[in-house]
Design a protein. Structure first.
Length: 154
């Protein structure tokens, strides 16, 4: 676990530790699934947010993004994850948001939530992703095929 990464497991059945982080490293879906999986979990729900080649704010095709984060972004994503655990105490979760340059198809956000039952896991995963998107101070510089760029989320 890197510096500033929040450990959220709190569950002895988890195969690994849950976490919440902002990172420049490529995101690994299987790492997230392993971090939340356990013998008592009948459901593991994942969300994968990837860079797409279009955006409502773009006038042309999107070719890539540069994600930038406020220095408090990792603390905030950790607090969101803790809040989700308090609201959904029967889940184990792992969530990461990538920063730096990403090309179309690269993974920008990965979340995994495990619980004994699917309804709880789905609800917690949706709440987690919506909160991360709304509250974590991360902005993107969006590049278009014609060479222009624009900032989104400022």
């Amino acid at each position: 676990m890197g510096a500033g990464t929040s450990d959220l497991s709190g569950n002895s059945d988890a195969a690994g530790l849950g976490f919440a982080r902002v990172t420049e490293s490529r995101l690994d879906v299987s790492e997230h699934i392993s971090a939340v999986s356990g013998r008592s979990h009948g459901a593991v729900v994942t969300f994968i947010g990837q860079v797409r080649d279009h955006d409502p704010d773009a006038t042309g095709r999107v070719t890539g993004l540069d994600y930038s984060a406020h220095p408090d972004a990792e603390r905030i994503i950790g607090a969101i994850a803790e809040r989700m655990r308090a609201q959904h105490p029967l889940v184990v979760l792992a969530v990461s948001h990538r920063i730096g340059h990403l090309d179309v198809g690269d993974l920008a956000l990965v979340a995994a939530v495990a619980s004994a039952h699917r309804g709880v896991a789905f609800a917690a995963c949706e709440s987690l992703v919506e909160a991360v998107k709304a509250e974590v101070p991360i902005w993107k510089k969006q590049y278009e095929v014609d060479g222009t760029h624009s900032w989104v989320g400022l």
